[in-house]
Design a protein around this ligand. Sequence first.
Ligand code: LLP
Length: 463
Amino acid sequence: MSAAPSPSHDHPDPTPDALIAARPQLTRHPMDGLLFEGVPLAAIAHAVGTPTWVYGAATIRARFRALANALADARLPAHIHFAVKANDHLAVLHVLGHEGAGADVVSAGELLRARAACIPAARIVFSGVGKTQADLRLALDHGIAQINVESAEELAMLSDLAAGMGRVAPVALRVNPDVDAGTHAKISTGRARDKFGIPYAQAAALYAHAGTLPGIAPRGLAMHIGSQIGTLAPFRAAYGRIAGLVRDLRAAGQPVAVVDCGGGLAIPYRDEPVAGPVGLAGAIAAEFGGLDVELLIEPGRWLIGPAGVLLTSVILVKRDGGSRFVVLDAAMNDLVRPAMYDAWHGIVPVGATDLVRALAPADVVGPVCESSDTFARGRALPPLAPGALVAILDAGAYGAVMSSTYNARPLAAEVLVDGAIDDDATLHDGGRARRAAIRWTTIRPRQDVTTLWRDEAVPDWLK
Ligand code: LLP
């Protein structure tokens, strides 16, 4: 993916200062060090310990509004369905739901989470290549807005279930447009060889067939070609294919009311140029603007990625020949993206004095017993003493949700800040009222280590 592998970049990594300057949710305070939405991260670490995920409600809202405004400015009748897989914490879903977001879910668990966070069923769509009968029954029971069906086999299963329940399932067919999103192979989903969606050539016939099935009401088409897509060309290509299919279906007398454009919009993890919401809205408008379809998008990463950091402490610094290994108390079990996708995440010191000291290369690693437990190689960082705090940036998406308890490491705590961001006028404006309104809360305590084996049983015959 464009954000990923550190070794292939041909220019130096951005410095901590540059990373902070590019992110309105981060500021430097001469005494308090790194602030996240105006809250000293050191204060959170002091109260809650580390590692801790910190999310920013003001950032989430600002990003949701920027995306919604871009769609509105392009005169698109588009609804934003947050891809719950990116961050499924109830508090995060509450913030987004309150802004008017719907949800894109891929399991019964995500559906129930979205409902528990008060997102109405009428604003939920269900995606996924392998929904179980139980998943589909739950979706029908809740009367969600749309089920994105990914195969002829799933369509038949859903028809039987819905008819048996006396329900009619609102269905979009997820079509595989056979477009290479140009992202990391592990998160590409729209090429013909990927497991996702209905082959393009079979989609029209299956759509017509769906209209004849009991318990099925075809509403439209869906697609999703991958994640962390930094340029508009793959979106344009895929949207163009789907728009062509809409025209073909309509020409054949099939009604098509909805197109679900999927997610995939990239964020800059490093300093790479990426297309933003205005570009995405333009691409959608160019292909679907004249088609008179209701539009959905399913962004995950773009909304929540930059709205989270992983706050962690230095356990020790190991000097090994010429290398400096900064060993953190966060590891690949917390944030797996670097190990799994070679992803590049910014790493910024939190302490006020650490923020102003000279930089030298360091390998930043976790304590897990695998070499892949490496957050960064040769990263320019100041001297960091044991106990120093650092923030791993842009960890709000595919962070906590992908955590495991590998090495019997309990799940990290989670905190929600509701603060101020750099483009809040009030922050520069004296802003006392806004600062007074800043608050933060632990939204999930650090997991107690004994809960890791609480549900395990040792058979009597072993005792
Ligand atoms: N819709 C569908 C059907 C999806 O499969 C996904 C993500 C999204 C929407 C949201 O995509 P986004 O806007 O977040 O790019 N764990 C990987 C990313 C996996 C994405 C899976 N599908 C990572 O950490 O990069």
